[in-house]
Design a protein around this ligand. Sequence first.
Ligand SMILES: C[S@@+](CC[C@H](N)C(=O)[O-])C[C@H]1O[C@@H](n2cnc3c(N)ncnc32)[C@H](O)[C@@H]1O
Length: 264
Amino acid sequence: MGTEGEQLCEAARNGDVARVKTMVESGADVSFFDIDGLTPLMHASKFGHTHVVKALLEAGAPWNALSSSNQSAGDFAMDSGHQEAFEVLLNAGIQAELILGTIARKSKKDGDSEGDYLEDRVTFSEDKLMDSDSKAVMMAWEKPLMEAHAKAVCSGGGNILNVGFGMGLVDTAIQQYGPATHTIVEAHPEVYERMLRTGWGKKDNVKIIFGRWQDVLSQLESYDGIFFDTYGEYYEDLRDFHQHLPKLLKPGGIYSFFNGLCGA
Ligand SMILES: C[S@@+](CC[C@H](N)C(=O)[O-])C[C@H]1O[C@@H](n2cnc3c(N)ncnc32)[C@H](O)[C@@H]1O
């Protein structure tokens, strides 16, 4: 007979929801990692035991814990074709992100600007843009994704807006479609400075607006194509931006965004 944590993993693997609940009520650790680096939630997800997945999530099991091979419970559910369990995990992740976003937003409003990306230094290298915590703001491997977004938002030609310059991957792709105007909103002083240094301010059809999109809305017009990809913001900001779309986007215009949604 194994430890309590191992027994919880076994009950999760067997889909024994009653036993899982009893063990949780008597204090079994839902964050336990077994010898293979798996949590009870990962075991339940792997076998598609949705009721167990729900019970463990309700008991506070970490939906975003990673196995030693860097897989989350959601990865296990998806790889084993358990769509229902996967969706339960996905919803738990989205809910947690929404709550965390609200808390972070509130503490920012209350004057706690700790961790404010826009006030920190960034570093550029050939293939990435990093924030002061060495987290990647943008990486070169995202180029094909950015090219696909550019193709979509430029498909009607005309006036294009991009919010968030980063490494300029999407803007470089947008330029290839020769839009009539190409407006770029960028809020980070160092990213902005680099844009100017690399000639973006001298392109005939490019207008750079420096500042947070929230603060420069009055300088924006209506566009045929809009792309949105900021960093250090939350779901709430994205939702706020979406509320301005009816004014920002011309009828029949195309909008696309990238914001790490559902990233686990
Ligand atoms: C992920 S990067 C954008 C990458 C870009 N799509 C590309 O293809 O390289 C996000 C950018 O948004 C900028 N940013 C963050 N918050 C912003 C805001 N509120 N308004 C405007 N830009 C913002 C960041 O400084 C950063 O340059």
